[in-house]
Design a protein around this ligand. Structure first.
Ligand code: NI
Length: 137
């Protein structure tokens, strides 16, 4: 059976500070540079949500991407958009909000919420030049 991957792109913006409280201020500055600014900085994030499956014989869809959009907005984007990721997002409390840690938290929320659709990959763009990917492994 042929498998097809479909992707929905969503955007949000948020503030954060990349900081590990277990390390000294000097070590944080050395490791994270400008991203450790104590007064925060912001990003226009782009999230790509991919699901893989066989096209339905009736609809021809793997999954309705409008439904994907609704689920991702309600389960994830609504919790992070226009927020401070260090202070205001319960599922990121106690984590250093790097893109790597954000995408792992995002997967934990979305993978069950999208079932029976099969989430196969998340890609999170933090800047035009930097993105991270996670496929559940
Ligand atoms: Ni940053």
């Amino acid at each position: 059976m042929p498998l097809v991957t479909v992707t929905r792109r969503l955007t949000f913006n948020a503030a954060h500070r990349v900081h590990n409280p277990a390390l000294s201020d000097e070590e944080n500055t050395r490791l994270f540079g400008k991203c450790n600014n104590p007064n925060w900085h912001g990003h226009n994030y782009v999230l790509e949500v991919s699901l893989t499956g066989e096209p339905d014989p009736i609809t021809g869809y793997v999954i309705d991407l409008g439904e994907v959009k609704r689920i991702v907005e309600s389960e994830f984007v609504s919790q992070v958009d226009h927020r401070n990721l260090n202070l205001e997002v319960p599922f990121l409390q106690g984590t250093n909000p790097t893109s790597e840690n954000i995408i792992l938290a995002c997967w934990r929320l979305l993978e069950p919420a999208l079932r029976p659709g099969r989430l196969s990959r998340l890609r999170l763009w933090e800047t035009e030049n930097n993105y991270v990917e996670y496929d559940g492994r």
